[in-house]
Design a protein around this ligand. Structure first.
Ligand SMILES: *Cc1c(COP(=O)(O)O)cnc(C)c1O
Length: 381
């Protein structure tokens, strides 16, 4: 129930990787047969990943994951365009893999505008337009948020960016393989992918770079990935990402319907039975697998631990902040007060979840919430 943090590898992915570890051990830069077969497998993988996002194979660059893809997009585009301007626009609800590179650039003379979001977690395109300046060189808006699942108006934002000649990046780590995410429909120049969020292995990802987009590498060495990302390619991992991409693309629409159906049933079940409970984020512009519930008078962390004891893995806010006690920056950005933000629970469904499991989770959440409420010193009586 925590697929936004990571997903189990699909059996087909494990099979493809196991074969690759044994048979395709060559260095893809070598000129002998083992090297050539690794190169061929790498290029075939590139085509498959490109297929999932409607790109050309030559526009896909493999990285070590979503974090590196975001860093390369932000830093690489900022440095390549620094002579045209030093202003970047992003949002307050981005993943740290986007926010932190932006903060680092601020220390190096760039200026960053962090767009606010509505109560539902949506960026307003009017606010984006108003924030654009003569010296704006890069816009980065995530496709969907990892905590509250809000899907942003990327196509509209992309049109604005294009009309002003500004490089446009989207962190699509939560959407690729879950909802349609074609680069031309979205109108993006740069798009980040992480393999382990779509039933592939950890430590692999990709950055889509539209042809002719000005961008510089941030890692230097032997010139792999056409100079954009040096370092011997993780061929088995990349083959795993390709297998995962193919699987995800195969029945995307059916899975969207099935998973959002389970999600809505779970939401209704809990909302009908537990008082002072609400859904964080938008109920319509939302990832099919994401449910973020708010509970008054309950600590989300207590809910998480009680559910874990029942063998149910959920999250509060984001996995990255589960060790901190600060309120989630996303929940704060949509206007929740700290105590409301602390009473939140994220359930993110996935491919292997069943109706029966979701029923059990609903019952467990209701039981645990009622038990915690009975103990809560804050509860009105
Ligand atoms: C998980 C995640 C990342 C980071 O991806 P890694 O492959 O784990 O480095 C970036 N952005 C979003 C929205 C994510 O959910």
């Amino acid at each position: 129930m925590d697929h936004a943090s990571t997903t189990p590898m699909a059996p087909e992915v494990i099979e493809a990787m196991a074969a690759a570890f044994v048979e395709i051990f060559g260095n893809a830069s070598s000129l002998h047969q083992p090297g050539l077969s690794a190169r061929a497998a790498l290029e075939e993988a590139r085509e498959r990943v490109a297929g999932l996002i409607g790109a050309e194979a030559g526009e896909v660059y493999f990285t070590s994951g979503g974090t590196e893809s975001d860093n390369l997009a932000i830093r690489g585009a900022a440095l390549a365009n620094r002579d045209r301007g030093r202003h970047i626009i992003t949002t307050t609800i981005e993943h740290p893999a986007v926010l932190e590179p932006c903060k680092a650039l601020e220390k190096e003379g760039f200026e960053v505008t962090y767009l606010p979001v509505t109560r539902e977690g949506l960026v307003e395109v009017e606010a984006l337009e108003a924030a654009i300046r003569e010296d704006t060189i890069l816009i980065s808006i995530m496709h969907a948020n990892n905590e509250i699942g809000t899907i942003q108006p990327i196509a509209e934002a992309g049109e604005i960016a294009r009309s002003r000649g500004i490089v446009f990046h989207t962190d699509a780590v939560q959407t690729v393989g879950k909802i349609p995410a074609k680069v031309d429909d979205l109108g993006v120049d740069l798009l980040s992918i992480s393999s382990h969020k779509l039933h592939g292995p950890k430590g692999v990802g990709a950055l889509y770079i539209r042809k002719k987009t000005p961008i510089e590498p941030i890692i230097f060495g032997g010139g792999h990935e056409r100079g954009m990302r040096s370092g011997t390619e993780n061929v088995p991992g990349i083959i795993g990402l390709a297998a995962a991409s193919e699987l995800a693309g195969r029945n995307l629409e059916e899975e969207m319907v099935r998973i959002s159906g389970m999600r809505d049933r779970l939401a209704d079940y809990v909302l009908e039975r537990v008082e002072d409970t609400w859904v964080n984020g938008s109920r319509t512009k939302r990832l099919p697998n994401n449910l973020n519930l708010g509970f008054s008078f309950i600590e989300g962390e207590a809910l998480l631990l009680r559910l874990d004891a029942k063998g149910i893995a959920v999250s509060t806010g984001s996995a990255c902040s589960s060790k901190k006690t600060v309120a989630s920056h996303v929940l704060t950005a949509i206007g929740l007060r700290p105590q409301e933000a602390h009473g939140s629970l994220r359930v993110t469904l996935g491919r292997e979840n069943t109706d029966e499991e979701v029923d059990r989770v609903g019952e467990a959440i209701v039981e645990v919430a009622e038990s915690l409420r009975a103990m809560s010193p804050f509860r009105r009586s």
